[in-house]
Every structure is written in structure tokens, then in C-alpha cells.
Design a protein around this ligand. Sequence first.
Ligand SMILES: Cc1ncc(COP(=O)(O)O)c(C=O)c1O
Length: 394
Amino acid sequence: MTQTRRAARIARRMASIEPFHVMALLARARELEGAGRSIIHMEIGEPDFPTPEPVVRAGIRALEQGALHYTATPGLPQLREAIAGYYRARYGADVSPSRILVTTGSSAALMLACAALVNPGDEVLLADPGYPASRHFVRVVEGVPRPVPVDAASGYQLAPDHLERHWSARTTAALVATPSNPTGTLITTERLGEMAEIARSRGGTLIVDEIYHGLVYGDDYTSAVALADDVVVINSFSKYFCMTGWRLGWMVAPADLVGELEKLAQNLYLAAPTPAQHAALAAFEPGTLATLSARAGEFKARRDYLVPALRELGFDIPVMPQGAFYIYAGCGRLTKDSYAFARDLLEKAGVAITPGVDFGANAPERHVRFAYTQSIERLKEGVARIAGFLKAQA
Ligand SMILES: Cc1ncc(COP(=O)(O)O)c(C=O)c1O
């Protein structure tokens, strides 16, 4: 087959799906480690903590007891109940378990939401910088992602004003993540409510990705679930619950969407992994929640160390990140090319960070993301190495 014919077989939409560029850096970091180099990983977007012990034990029990058949597509009834109970306990929100769908990570929930809401040609508003997969989910269903550049003025988040200005006749949804990846910043409760109202008044939908909920280091936040019942809310066991590899998430959907989403999920993946669902039941036990809350405290301590340390080194962090485990730092005073900077930092100093290019087109060459998914001791070592690297460059 000729090169041209082979290229023609690939769907056109694939041209707008980009890989996670950080994976190339991670691969290089692993290669260097394989060759004996010590690498400080500040690029990894998952908790360094293991899955809590009771969850692991519940997973093993499920395997031993042969809980290995498909569950119902929307998930184990007792898990949907437990998630509803979590909203009640944590946010004082009453959600019917019938609106909760357990999914294969929040990734599947995002895919379902886009497939169920976005027609070909429909536009979806997103913050730039933002989590790259979000715009790609929109693309996969032939929608048009409309990245809106955001900066310190709106806390690196979409604000009601952005929705007012950018919502067009073709816009069908706005998709936000709070706290955000890569900026770690939050949308306040008041703004979130206003944004839900704007979407509603335009006949569209607000989709809120709350995957970093739980990892929030302040008080002014609630789940969008508590604000409105026509918002699509997405969450996951990956981050706060330290269960990335179990591939389990969920969504809370408006009642009129549940049947459509269930139909789609049946076709796309049938059901989320059964052992993972049984394991996740233990995630809501008081002992597990206490462990997770202590870990959130540890993440906060790391943030409190790292933000001033990076500012001291010359990185610009105009807004204190209030959640997740990311700092999106301006590096314009240190380099004109964040990708080359990240590459050199890895090669010369053994510190891996993520260049801005992964998160959109809004000045990516002047930004890098730090993930504090390492102990404070390792972060301190990372900061010392970056200081040495910068000194050698000067
Ligand atoms: C903002 C955001 N949403 C969704 C995901 C997908 O996570 P998962 O599929 O593990 O729930 C990630 C992963 O990093 C993320 O950062």
C-alpha cells in the first residue's frame, strides 16, 4: 500500500488529536533512570500515595469471591448509593443514585458527556490552558472545541463573563475543570452557579469536571451537584482516592440524560471494571476517608513549600493554586522556550517537569507545570537542582 493510500485510511479527525507531549519526557526520564541517573519527577499527574489498604483488600476479596462478571451498566447499586451518600456527607447535597453512572475513569464520563450532548459542528467552550483530553473528546464526536485564553485575572479559569462573550449560536456546552489541571485553581461557588445559569439560559449545558475534588486547600468550594440538577458533573476515584490504575470514575447527570448515557455506555464499554467497583465501596469507609484527608493535608504542605520556593527561583505564579497537585508557573523570565527548558532541565539537572505545550495554545512557550506528587524532601532536592541549573545558565 502506498504512503498516500495508507494516510487516506486514517480519519481526518485524527489530525487534530495530539499525544500527551509529556509522555516523551517521561519516557526519556525513565531511560535516564535505567542508566542509573537520579530523576526528581515533578511531571507525574497522579498521587504518589498507594491505593488505601482497605480498598486494596476489598479488591482482593472481590477477585477471590469471583466478582468478575459484568455489573449493570450504570454500576453496582451499592456503589451508586455510596457515592450519593458521599455527596450528602461532604456537600450536603441530595442526589438520587439513579442520576449517578459509574464509568471507566472520568475519561469515559467525559467521552459519554460529549457524545450525548455535542452534535457535529457544535462548539464547546474550554479554558486554555486546560486538560488536553477535554478538547480531544469534543473533537472525536466532530464537535468544535473553542479554547478561551484565561489568565490571572479570572484565576486561570473560565468565568461567567467569558461565557457571556464567547457563547455563540453554535455553542452547546462549556466544559470546566475545578480545580484545574494544569493550574490548580478553582472556580468559586458563586461563579459556578452563574455559569450554570448562563448555559441554561442559552439552552446549553455546563459540564464540570471535579476530578480533583477533595484535594482543595480552602473553604470556598462546593460540588456543582449542590448548585443545580441540570449540570453534568464528572468525578473519579483516580486522584483524591489514589486509584488511577483501577480505572474508575463516575458522573452525575441530569435526569433526562441518564437513559441516553446508559445506552451509550452499554455500547462503548458495557460496564466499569467489576473488581474495581467492589474495591471502591471501601473508599467511603471512615478509616479510608481519614487516610485520604491526611494525604490531602500532605499535598497542601507540599504546595505551601513549593509555591514560594519556585517564586524565589524566578517563576511567576500570580495566583495561589487552591487545589489538585499542580502549579502552572510562568517561566518567561527564565526562558523563551519552555519545551527546550524542560528538556534541558531533565538532561542536565535530572528534574522532570511538563512544558506548557500540552495544555493549549495560550503562551505555552512561557509556562511549565510542576506536579507536587513527590515527598517534600524530594521536592526540596528538585528545587535545589533547578537553582543549580539556573545558576549554570546565567
Ligand atoms: C482534569 C482531568 N480530567 C480527567 C482526567 C482523567 O482521569 P481518569 O480517567 O483517571 O479519571 C484527568 C487526568 O489527569 C484530568 O487531569
